[in-house]
Design a protein around this ligand. Sequence first.
Ligand code: AMP
Length: 418
Amino acid sequence: MIHSLRGFRDILPPDSERFTAIEAAAREVFSLYGYHEIRIPTLEARELFVKSTGDTTDIVQKEMYAFTDQGGREIAARPEGTPGVVRAYIENNLAQSGGNGKFFYIGSMFRAERPQAGRYREFEQIGAECIGAHSPFADAESISLLMEILSKAGVSGCLAELNSLGCAECRAAYRAELLAYLKANTAALCPACQARLERNPLRALDCKLDGPRLALAAPCVKLCPNCLDHFSRVQELLSSSNAQFRINKSLVRGLDYYTRTVFEVKTGALGSQDAIAGGGRYDDLVKSMSGPDAPAVGWALGVDRLALLTKDAAATPAATQVFVICAQPAGVEASAKAFALLGELRAAGIRTDFSDFGLSLKSQLRSADKSGASLALILGEEEVKNSVYTLKFLKEKKDQRTVPAAGITPVIRAALSQ
Ligand code: AMP
C-alpha cells in the first residue's frame, strides 16, 4: 500500500465542497472589484523565488521544494504566488496591454514546513495582486476586497492588523536601528535568526520562535512624511468602509519585498496556526525584477484554514435529486432505456444518479435513500411495455404513481418543487 506523502493530503467530500464554495465566493467578489484571473505555472526557475521572496526567508531557505531537472535546470515548486504573477506581468508586457493590472489566482503552494493541523506542505491560496497603482486607494481597496471575501465565505467579524514599513529610506533607517537592538539581544535569538541577523534583521520579528518576545521592546518604524501621509490615508479610507482593522506596530511580515502597508488577518479559532491571510505593498519588486516602475499591493489567503473555520457552517453539497432504478427482472431493453433516461434528465439540468441496474430492487432502493434523492424513477419490463415509469417519492409520504415516459422532464420538475 502506497501512502500519500507527509503533509500532502486528500481533500474529500464534503471538505472539497467547502473549498469549492470558498472559491466561488471569492470569484464572485473578485468580479465585483474588477479583478481578473491569472493562471501561472506551478514550477518556476528557482532563482525567481530567491530574487523576489528573498534567500534569507524561511520559505526559500528551508522550505522550498527545489530540484534539478533532466536538463540540469534549477526548478522550484512555487511556495507563494506573487513572484510568478510579477514574472508573468513583466514577461507578457501586461503593463502595455491597457488592462487595469488587477489579477487573482487560485492554486496550490508548496512549503516543506513541519505538518500539523492547519499547516500542510501542499496548501491552497487565493491571492490578489493589484499592479501599477501607488495610491492609498489601492491599499484600502485591496484590504476591503480581502475582508469582503472572508465575509462572503462565511467568516464574520474578522479583524485586519495593519502596519507600515515605509519606503526604501524609512526601511533603511529602521533596519539599522533594529539591527542595533537585536545585536544587544543576540542571546534571545534562535540560531536561524542569529545566522541571518546582518542580512535580514526584520525576519527576527517575524520568527515563530523569538519574534513575539523580541517585538515587545523592539524599535518601531519611523515613517517619513510621505509614508506617514500614505498610511494615514489608508486608515481613513478603511474607516469609511466596512473593514475592521487595528494597528500592530510590530507586524513586519516575513518576506523581503514589502514596502509601506503590510497587513495580516488572524483568528483565535485555529490554535497556533492563527493567520488566515496576509499581504502588503511591494512598490519596488516589479522594477527590481527588470520590469517597469510599477508599484503594487496584494495578499494571499489560506483556503485550507478558511475551510477549517467554516467547518461548522452548514455545507450545502448539491445532493442527487432523482435516482433511476431498474425493476427486476430487467432485460437489455429496460436497462438501456434506464441508461438513456439518466442522460435525458441530466441534460435537463436535473442531478440524477443510479447504482447498478443488475442489483435487486431492494438494494437499488437502499442506494436511492442513501443518495439523498427525493424521487426515484423505476423502470422494468412492465413499464417498458406500457411506455411509462413508476415515480416513487422517497421522502415524507413515500407513495408512488405511474407517469407517462414521454415528456418526463416537466413531470419531474413539478414533483421536485412539491
Ligand atoms: P503567507 O504567504 O505566508 O503570507 O501565507 C498566507 C496565508 O496562507 C496564511 O495566512 C495561511 O492562511 C496560508 N498558509 C501559509 N502557509 C500555510 C501552510 N503551510 N499550510 C496551510 N496554509 C498556509
